[in-house]
Design a protein around this ligand. Structure first.
Ligand SMILES: N[C@@H](CCC(=O)N[C@@H](CS)C(=O)NCC(=O)O)C(=O)O
Length: 342
């Protein structure tokens, strides 16, 4: 009997600890009146302030999409720029509500660090960039034995670099920095032969170099870098919201719902379009998430659909000109695939 009682008390203690940990981020965000979003310190195309000091980019638009889902207003967001090293403590400590900062989903981040990744909004992979004037004739990473490589600490990049050179029995000299700016300027000033990071990051960084055209991204992709938003474990409602914002953006693209036509699409005869836009009678499509039933309308009005976000920030409508590639929809030969909204 005594044992059972102790067991029950222990279970109650665990139960209350869990509910304390899960005290709703949604309610906190609503109370504050804005979303606090952790982003990059300055990676063109993903998250960087423009000349007017406004944050822009692919990750920034994801922050705005979450804010729009909650408030119906994509401007109700404050940005916390975070280095590779500082991003995880900022999320753990509650300084930010969500981390949307070119962050790779890995098992240790998902378990030991206590996060939940809400999806993969950008399928990336690690690559190498060299100054072709300095290293003429180099057209493969396998020719880089003996090179000095600029790399940022606190990243998967640093770990994959070591694996790649070891696996290919090549020597290298890592030149490691904690900050993005230091890493990139060391490479630009010729202190290292090679810069390595996610391929998207290489394209973004190349634009910031003194002579971008002198630099070449080598063809090898040495890792999988599934990038996506992360939230703290212990708050399933918030996890669902950030996850379904991503799926809503993808579903909107599949259904041809755009920033320009979203109001018009509400009158569509297509039952799926009607359902997604919260126009079905007696729907609970948004309220079941803790939002309003027009949550997808709010998101698309604020930032457009996934394809629009991609093209505007990193694709053909941007200086980066990255091809959709594996980030295309599953129906167009890509990997982006969202579960249905029903
Ligand atoms: N996706 C990788 C790398 C992400 C990363 O932090 N990349 C660097 C180089 S592009 C960066 O964004 N640095 C910005 C900063 O630390 O301010 C990861 O999650 O570890």
């Amino acid at each position: 009997m005594k044992k059972i009682l102790i067991g029950l008390l222990a279970a109650a203690a665990v139960g209350s600890a869990v509910s304390a940990a899960s005290a709703g981020t949604l309610d906190d965000v609503k109370k504050k009146g804005f979303l606090q979003c952790g982003v990059n310190t300055g990676l063109p195309g993903f998250a960087a302030p423009n000349d007017k000091g406004e944050w822009t980019g692919f990750d920034v638009d994801y922050c705005r999409a979450v804010a729009a889902a909650v408030f119906g207003d994509g401007t109700k967001v404050k940005f916390t720029p975070l280095s590779a090293k500082d991003r995880f403590t900022a999320l753990q400590s509650g300084e930010i509500d969500v981390l949307i900062r070119n962050t790779t989903w890995t098992i240790s981040r998902d378990t030991a660090l206590g996060f939940n990744f809400t999806g993969i909004n950008y399928f990336d992979g690690q690559g190498f960039m060299i100054n072709a004037k300095k290293l003429p004739g180099v057209n493969s990473a396998l020719q880089l034995s003996g090179a000095s490589v600029c790399v940022q600490s606190g990243t998967t990049t640093e770990l994959n670099l070591a694996d790649y050179f070891k696996a290919n029995k090549m020597e290298y000299n890592p030149v490691v920095f904690e900050k993005l700016e230091e890493t990139n300027s060391a490479y630009d000033s010729g202190r290292c032969d090679v810069l390595t990071t996610d391929q998207s990051g290489l394209y973004a960084t190349r634009l910031t170099l003194a002579a971008p055209d002198d630099h070449v991204v080598l063809p090898e992709i040495i890792s999988k870098e599934p990038l996506g938003p992360a939230v703290r474990q212990g708050d399933d409602q918030w996890f669902d919201i950030v996850k379904w914002v991503h799926f809503a953006l993808l579903n909107a693209e599949e259904l041809g719902i755009t920033q320009a036509n979203v109001e018009e699409m509400k009158k569509s005869d297509n039952p799926e379009v009607k359902r997604v836009l919260g126009e079905e009678a007696d729907t609970k499509i948004g309220t079941d998430l803790g939002l309003t039933n027009d949550w997808v309308v709010r998101i698309v009005k604020a930032v457009g659909n996934y394809g629009e976000i991609f093209e505007r920030n990193v694709g053909q409508g941007s200086p980066l000109k990255i091809a959709r590639g594996i980030n295309a929809q599953w129906s167009k030969g890509g990997l982006q695939y969202a579960p249905p909204i029903r």
